[in-house]
Design a protein around this ligand. Structure first.
Ligand code: AMP
Length: 503
């Protein structure tokens, strides 16, 4: 049976005249247009020499044409490789040297800077700018809209996404048609998506969240999305009276809460607010509910696995948890040393198995074998536990675990205590090299203002609330925490910055 993701997304089209994508400047692309434009683009790719299985790399700004390129690549049976727009030419050199795409699509302004790297990788450069113009669009303009989508097996690759790894070389996660299809269906059902939904799409499209979760679920449902080039609180607030769903990273919600206009009336037309890609503070969840009456639905996923768990659509969406495994997905918590499954309530390594889990890392069999067990479970690197009600709690990345004087300290537990203190906006607890303890527990805090809270205040407040070994040895203050584009706090940068503190 043909398992091509595009053909399966196409089954969601109920009305070819319905709007698939609306741009920030009000351009509407119907489903009929979308299919025709992906057909033209797929024909253009084939005429440029793209064969099934070839990689098509793209470092391009968010535009409708970029989504068309993604869908056309999939239609042509090729493998889409999106690249973060923030990557430098030297970084692109590594990615395309590793993935050897047939084509590299980039902004015209970057074509010269990338030409050497492209030549080394054997890739032909095509251009596409933020307005959807460039040599790629020109090539598609003259092509036929009719294209017979190339049949694929569920196990064939549809995309290659490099992990945003903060240590070591970035790895290319191989995602199959079956991975993407199964996850889109699971999320559509879990979140009750229908053709009546209108998504505010303000995420980047080089990452699993904006590319797969947001786009695939919308298209599979025959729903529509309003494409914003980037997060823009004014525009989002203005759109809420005709949209139904917002998918965001936690910083979207923090920033929207800073806007006085946010209230029940403004959000009355909205059906669902979803958060993921980084932990949503329980406090943000509560504040959002108090201001708007909506409980944010938090879900958990990663590049390698797509989405794994979600708070329920019907039922309690519990702040500080990522909910239950999605249908078809198995999640277990294991002893990081032995790999043995742990009883409910104990903290350990989160492992995931299911049709959503990737095929392995591109040309890295050892890394694949180290993280993907023979029985199909993927070792996520995230630490967590299930509570009595079966909700999964994430306590942090395994590499952020602090070992001090031989004791394990989970940063989240301390961050939760600190974040609840008056005068604190947010915090990151890290382990820094320490002569006596191996690592010293260190709190890095963003205060609400100058002199809002002191080191002594924090230490006094934690005394008696946390075991001595968990209490920070030092408390540092910063104006803001370093975050990547997906809103994740970059603890490795904090560890680098303050690494000499106890030496
Ligand atoms: P990425 O591959 O860039 O999507 O990053 C995946 C990682 O983001 C996961 O392994 C988690 O560490 C983190 N993550 C994603 N969603 C959540 C969430 N809801 N809560 C906490 N961490 C999350």
């Amino acid at each position: 049976m043909n398992a091509n993701l595009f053909d399966i997304l196409e089954t969601g089209i109920t009305d070819p005249d319905a709007t698939a994508i609306e741009t920030a400047v009000g351009e509407r692309i119907s489903y009929g247009d979308l299919v025709a434009r992906t057909g033209r683009m797929a024909n253009a790719l084939v005429s440029l020499g793209v064969q099934p299985g070839d990689r098509v790399a793209a470092q391009v700004e968010k535009s409708v044409q970029a989504i068309i390129l993604y869908l056309a690549t999939v239609r042509a049976g090729a493998v889409f490789l999106p690249l973060n727009t923030g990557y430098t030419p030297a970084e692109i050199d590594y990615f395309i040297g590793d993935a050897t795409p047939g084509i590299l699509v980039c902004d015209p302004a970057r074509a010269d800077a990338l030409s050497d790297a492209a030549a080394r990788a054997g890739a032909r450069i095509m251009t596409l700018d933020a307005n959807g113009q460039g040599s790629l669009t020109d090539a598609a303009a003259g092509a036929s809209p009719d294209f017979a989508t190339i049949a694929r097996n569920a196990d064939d690759l549809a995309a290659l996404l490099y992990t945003s790894g903060t240590t070591g070389r970035s790895k290319g996660a191989m995602l199959t048609h079956g991975n993407l299809v199964s996850n889109s269906m699971a999320l559509r059902d879990a979140w009750r998506y229908t053709a009546r939904d209108v998504l505010i799409h303000a995420l980047p499209i080089f990452h699993t969240h904006g590319l797969f979760v947001a786009t695939n679920v919308t298209l599979l449902s025959g729903a529509s999305m309003i494409f914003l080039p980037k997060f823009d609180p004014d525009r989002i607030i203005a759109l809420m009276d005709r949209a139904t769903v917002l998918m965001g990273v936690p910083t979207f919600y923090v920033r929207l809460l800073q806007d006085d206009r946010l209230d029940r009336d403004i959000t009355a037309h909205m059906r669902l607010f979803i958060s993921g890609s980084a932990p949503l503070l329980a406090e943000t969840h509560r504040e959002w509910q108090a201001r708007t009456g909506h409980a944010i639905l938090e879900r958990y996923g990663m590049t390698e696995t797509n989405m794994n768990a979600s708070n329920p659509y019907d039922g309690d969406r519990i702040a500080g948890t990522v909910g239950m495994p999605l249908p078809g997905v198995e999640i277990i918590v294991t002893d990081p040393e032995t790999g043995a499954e742990l009883p409910r309530g104990e903290i350990g390594m989160i492992e995931v198995r299911g049709p959503n889990v990737f095929k392995g890392y591109w040309q890295m069999p050892e890394k694949t074998a180290a993280e993907l067990r023979a029985n199909g479970f993927f070792i996520t690197g995230d630490l967590g536990k299930f509570d009595d009600r079966g909700y999964l709690h994430i306590v942090g990345r395994g590499k952020d675990l602090i070992i001090t004087g031989g004791y394990n300290v989970y940063p989240k537990e301390i961050e939760t205590e600190i974040d609840a203190l008056p005068g604190v906006v947010e915090s990151a607890v890290i382990g820094l090299p320490h002569r006596d303890f191996g690592e010293g527990v260190t709190a890095v805090i963003v205060p609400t203002g100058k002199d809002a809270i002191s080191e002594q205040d924090v230490l006094a407040a934690l005394d008696g609330r946390l075991a001595k070994f968990k209490q920070p040895k030092r408390v540092l203050f910063v104006d803001e925490l370093p975050r990547n584009t997906m809103g994740k706090v970059q603890k490795n940068l904090l560890r680098d910055q303050f690494g000499e503190l106890y030496r």
